[in-house]
Design a protein around this ligand. Sequence first.
Ligand SMILES: [Zn+2]
Ligand SMILES: [Zn+2]
Length: 245
Amino acid sequence: SCLGIVDPKTKEVWMIDATPDFPQQLNELTQNGKYRLRGIFLTHAHIGHYTGLIHLGREVMGAKEIPVYVMPRLKHFIESNGPWNQLISLKQIILNPLEDHGIVKLNDNLSVTPFTVPHRDEYSETVGFQVSGLTSKLIFIPDIDKWDKWDKNIREIIKDNDYILIDGTFFGQGEIPNRNMAEIPHPSIEESMDYFSVLSDEDKSKVHFIHLNHTNPALDSNTAQHKTVINSGFNISFMGQRFPL
Ligand SMILES: [Zn+2]
Ligand SMILES: [Zn+2]
């Protein structure tokens, strides 16, 4: 999963997470180079979330001093491991340190604020982001272990924001045969829908599940599971979806 932030007034774009599909996503976001990439925010050091940085090391990309915003442990990980640290020595990226709840102003219209969440933190801490525009606020949490392991109340966060893009990796228990799902904890979509059932219809409609694993039956809009999500008042995100801020 990946999220682009676009300011059509200034023709600037930022990306949250660099997936293996980074080049195509960047092309789409910048409309083949008409808009300028101003920075990349990373959530954590799991493969699908940062390895797209490698494309910035290719000469064809012509990347020069792209600001990459990272929390302290992730900064250390990139600085101390190849091939990522080569991007720094070749000045293709510049690491900008983030701090928990420290607001980053992108321009007069937009800001981004990271917040730490519990996740399998072998190589780095993990953050979600709040993206604030002039009229709306969006929450992006692609990975979190369980809602009740977090010191924040996600239900309050839903009430206080306008778009909630959250971990929908798995639909339910037993989805991955031959693997103990306790080793790869995520709040299943079933668990989240249950936990959010006390919310108003308006608050439920803000929730968009993202980061769906290929095993998740809700990926396919023809399945009963997908229909259950929609009929319960929630949403499944799709590629190219836009959220006006
Ligand atoms: Zn992860
Ligand atoms: Zn992930």
